[in-house]
Ligand binder design. Sequence first.
Ligand code: RRO
Length: 308
Amino acid sequence: MRTPREAPCLTVELASVRLKNPLMNAAGILGLTAYSLKRLADAGLGAVVTKSYGLKPRAGHANPTIVQVEGGLLNSMGLPNPGVEAAASELKEAVAMTDTPIVASIFGFKPEDFEVVAKRLDSLKVAAFEVNVSCPHVKEVGVEIGQKKEALAEVVKQVRRATKKPIIVKLSPNVAQITEMAKAAQDSGAEAVTAINTLKAMAIDIETGAPILAGVFGGLSGPAIKPIAVRCVYELFKEIQIPIIGCGGISNWEDAVEFMMAGASFLQVGTAVMFKDLAVFGEILHGLRDYLKKKGLRSVEELVGRAH
Ligand code: RRO
């Protein structure tokens, strides 16, 4: 029997993977090397997510790749990553350094790329794959897939050929109907979706008259996109049966509660790490626990979908 003084339970399950709490970092935040994955794990996360890895090494876009704007950040990193072989050796080291489940984020230029990358990483002790089909500013590899139901479904099916581990599809907000893309992910076998990746955006330097980012367009993240992300999660909760990982402008425990009430079972934090450091994760977990206690709730799962 639980006593009222017992701490509320933050434990959750993602497909068959048990997490000590629902909090993760967003892909692309630290997560490129074994050492940075370990730093994220040590911050107390339920799971850590890698930077998106592709088949071949990529330098990414030229500088400037990040600019601060009102309410958040614009990035045009351009998928810098060491390629799947180097990724495999980083991941091998990372899984040996921590017990925290590691989610490998992967991308590709065509469905077969995703399969090859997933197959290469599957034998390592990664817990799940997050399939990135939603980068808003790298041609051919991101949102071109995530905006077409058929292409998205094909990618999920190819990844499924490579792994039995949970497949999470990271959805783009740069679509007319995010629910249609989520249904395509669910129907082709994904175990969860992440909502949302960044919004395609840009900024112009009024002294020079030129776009600030070398890549011209970038992805907007941070508090500015939070209401859009909450709306997406809310819509998805009504339409799909697989769990939702909420992502987009979560900066504090109040945001975490709001996303869960909209329908998120898990949460990812990205831009807030840039503004507040890794301490943001502990603050969110602490606040979440206190909130559950104050409301007399036993489990964080009781929050999911409350706004419906
Ligand atoms: O690397 C990037 O430029 C990037 C990626 Br892969 C993504 O999915 N979302 C984003 O805002 N930037």
